[in-house]
Design a protein around this ligand. Structure first.
Ligand SMILES: [Zn+2]
Ligand SMILES: [Zn+2]
Length: 249
């Protein structure tokens, strides 16, 4: 007799190293029952959320039907969060009950019942699993291209604060689209508000005539900060930086 671990496949996600919560006692009979039920009343899908040019794919398995006892039983087997009741949509219709399983748990369910499914469901489930595998939401994704076909080259690959990979081409496109949207929302008589001239440096020193140094390239610099910078360099290395370009006479 196979153990539960043998029966229930775990999703091959790099982020899940702990035992999956779905690995609770479940028999082959239950799996077969579930497969038959989902073949008739289940729906399988995946949705894509986009953020900074990266697509995050969430798989979802839904069961919706009129018999609350069957939905409740499926909920127990699948460890679904809740059974949702939905009032009848037509006057002569029945109330329905629904459970939703999403994320890697949904992938686990799909992988487990796959061998029992018919042709149409099998195609659908395989498409969901493929999308999930190819999605760049996993840190060690093997995808070589983003969902829009841009190659993940060194120049085209960015990392967000959490370390997720994103496509720079797509991110640039999204930023440009956001800029266009922002401009389109402006009233016709919109005028840029000029910024007041800076009176203090970033460290809060006042830009007086004595305290202001103009660099050869025309940039204004705070003398107090310049001196502090030179002092700290001298403290660290013993010498102040020499002027790079000395004009020959
Ligand atoms: Zn892209
Ligand atoms: Zn300063």
């Amino acid at each position: 007799m196979a153990t539960n671990q043998d029966i229930f496949l775990r999703p091959l996600s790099a982020r899940h190293t702990k035992p999956h919560p779905l690995l609770h006692p479940i028999t082959t009979h239950e799996i077969a029952w579930l497969a038959g039920l989902l073949e008739g009343e289940g729906s399988f899908g995946h949705k894509t959320a986009r953020k900074n040019g990266t697509s995050y794919i969430t798989a979802r398995v839904t069961l919706e039907m009129c018999d609350v006892d069957i939905v409740t039983r499926a909920r127990k087997i699948l460890d679904a969060p809740a059974v949702y009741a939905r009032p009848a949509r037509k006057a002569h219709g029945n109330d329905t009950y629904r459970i939703d399983i999403s994320g890697s748990k949904a992938i686990a369910v799909m992988m487990t019942i796959l061998p029992f499914m018919g042709e149409r469901r099998r195609t659908r489930i395989l498409a969901c699993i493929d999308a999930w595998k190819g999605s760049s939401h996993r840190p060690h994704s093997s995808a070589t291209h983003c969902l829009h076909g841009h190659a993940y080259t060194t120049e085209n690959t960015g990392r967000d604060k959490q370390g997720w990979r994103y496509c720079r081409t797509c991110a640039r496109l999204h930023a440009r689209q956001a800029q266009h949207r922002k401009r389109a929302q402006r009233p016709a008589d919109w005028q840029p508000v000029p910024r007041p001239p800076k009176t203090h440096c970033i460290h809060g020193h006042l830009y007086t005539t004595e305290n202001t140094y103009t660099r050869p390239d025309g940039e204004r610099q705070c003398r107090t900060c310049r001196h502090a910078q030179r002092d700290s360099i001298e403290q660290r290395y013993g010498t102040a930086p020499r002027r790079k370009y000395v004009r020959e006479r």
